[in-house]
Design a protein around this ligand. Structure first.
Ligand code: NAP
Length: 226
């Protein structure tokens, strides 16, 4: 599958690039500066300009011909609410609109735990959760084959390829390794049961493939009740 990863240079997006390549996908890696291209090309990806705050045309070119897009970009916790609105909300919406216009059928959003209701999250990041909530709602109404993956706090720990998922939410808060989120995002592209679903994900005991397949029957959301 030809996949565009938006926000491919660092964090979860960078791990996802490697994961998708290892699984045999062709990967367009969204970058913002020419200096970011070399490392991604060396990894086997096709670096393409995809700045969510930039002009439409490069973003349109990055999306044209792609079969799926995975949104992994984020303004980051060190920026203010204005950057959150520009990247996590408006940037996401622009990519959704362009995906619709260009016929990119599949869209997987890396959202956040508590995006279903920002009041569930810490007060300090309500603006961020509200941006994620709005972007998810627009994606859900887009007509695309969408999935919203909503992890808890991301860590740099090694992945275990095991998780706990809950539709639409989990009863606990917690963390998850970025590597495991990358495994979930990649898994969504080949697991039709995830289409049209928003689900929360934390570190847990269930192999990723099994957790995603379980979404089909609703089993995955029923475990680990205290
Ligand atoms: N941190 C958490 O605990 C947490 C929890 C739940 C969900 N999330 C979400 O998970 C996602 C990934 O987070 P992360 O911490 O793994 O990533 P990260 O290390 O913060 O990397 C962010 C990525 O987004 C890119 N980016 C920033 N502004 C952009 C723009 N205007 N246009 C295009 N790309 C842009 C960055 O590119 P540059 O290298 O060019 O800056 C980078 O590739 C984000 O959507 C975040 O909101 C995070």
């Amino acid at each position: 599958m030809q996949v565009l990863v938006i926000g491919a240079t660092r964090g979860t997006g960078r791990l996802l690039v490697d994961r998708l390549l290892a699984e045999g996908h062709r990967v367009r890696a969204g970058i913002r500066a020419p200096g970011q291209a070399e490392a991604l090309a060396a990894a086997g990806a096709d670096p393409v300009p995809a700045d969510l705050e930039g002009p439409d045309e490069p973003l349109r070119a990055a999306l044209r011909g792609a079969q799926a897009v995975v949104f992994c970009a984020g303004s980051g916790s060190g920026t203010g609410p204005d950057a959150t609105l520009r990247v996590d909300l408006h940037g996401a919406v622009r990519s959704i609109d362009l995906a619709v216009a260009l016929g990119v059928g599949r869209y997987v959003m890396l959202s956040s735990m508590a995006a279903d209701d920002p009041r569930r999250g810490p007060a300090a990041i309500t603006h961020y959760l509200a941006a994620k909530h709005a972007a998810d709602r627009i994606l859900e109404g887009s007509g695309l084959a969408w999935t919203s993956v909503r992890p808890g706090g991301l860590t740099h720990e090694p992945g275990s390829d095991r998780v706990e998922v809950g539709v639409p939410r989990l009863e606990r808060r917690g963390t998850i390794a970025r590597e495991d989120v990358a495994a979930v995002l990649a898994g969504c592209l080949t697991q039709p049961a995830t289409i049209g679903l928003a689900f929360e994900v934390l570190e847990g005991p269930v192999p990723v493939g099994e957790a995603l397949a379980g979404l089909e029957t609703g089993r995955a959301g029923t475990m680990a009740k205290p």
